[in-house]
Design a protein around this ligand. Sequence first.
Ligand SMILES: NC(=O)c1ccc[n+]([C@@H]2O[C@H](COP(=O)([O-])OP(=O)(O)OC[C@H]3O[C@@H](n4cnc5c(N)ncnc54)[C@H](OP(=O)(O)O)[C@@H]3O)[C@@H](O)[C@H]2O)c1
Length: 275
Amino acid sequence: MDQVPSLRLNTRGEIPVIGFGTWQLSPEDAYSSVIEALEVGYRLIDTAKIYGNEEAVGEAVRNSKIPRQEIFLTTKLWNSDHGYDSALKAFDASLKRLGQDYVDLYLIHWPGDDRQRRADSWTALRDLYKEGRSKAIGVSNYTVRHLQELLDSTDTPPAVNQIEFHPFIYHEQKELLDFCEAEGIIFEAYSPLARGRRSDPLLEERGAKYGKSTSQVMLRWALQHGTVPLPRSADEGHIRENFEVFDFELSSVDMEAIDKINQTDRTAWNPTNLP
Ligand SMILES: NC(=O)c1ccc[n+]([C@@H]2O[C@H](COP(=O)([O-])OP(=O)(O)OC[C@H]3O[C@@H](n4cnc5c(N)ncnc54)[C@H](OP(=O)(O)O)[C@@H]3O)[C@@H](O)[C@H]2O)c1
């Protein structure tokens, strides 16, 4: 495949339909895995201050043979940095660690437990967006309630909401998925492989039918739901395998069967009870 397909953002530009996650990758693994991912064809790289690997990710982006403008680089504002001034300071520090003069997407990592501070953080992100230092801005782990609160209070809606999404949590996230679609907010699927901790005979069976692995079936399912999955791997074979999802299509019958796997099985913290 020459170029990874992309989706239009509600702000400026486009976002690749699949990305590469870097949570829990040591700086050494993050560097080699991001180099490998870019070589394989991924063009979206997802990091965060809290992952502790921004320097390595930024170095890999700079050392890759891919022109910077062809790479979509995301980082995130950590919980302890909420507030207007602290968000701006945290952004500057992230850019410095990344060795970049802009990012393509800056996300509020979690809504946090203080409505005013998260609103102030959003004002800071809006200013960064208006200055072009972050080409797009968004949120992560926002429920419908958090999104509605934000939409009611701003003239700059989030371009993206990054949320846990895989077949084992489908029903719990469906309302949020529909809400994001209706509002034109791109839904990024984190832990799209359920962190490699869950499987189901149906996924294996469908994998055999299409000549694909269960991971590829899970990623294809996320793509066909219109989300942007962000698989993570430190394994060269898995990095390649997870990108080979553009040469098959799940039938609508198989999509519906996978939808029904749902076991309401969350791997991350649940943001539902955050105020
Ligand atoms: N915004 C947030 O709060 C948030 C939270 C969680 C995650 N995220 C983002 O989403 C990304 C992905 O989520 P995640 O890291 O939780 O987990 P994930 O991508 O669902 O799963 C990663 C695990 O699956 C394994 N794996 C990957 N490809 C495989 C394959 N083809 N076959 C078998 N095993 C495979 C990996 O092991 P190997 O290394 O051995 O391949 C690793 O243990 C993160 O890295 C991060 O960028 C964001």
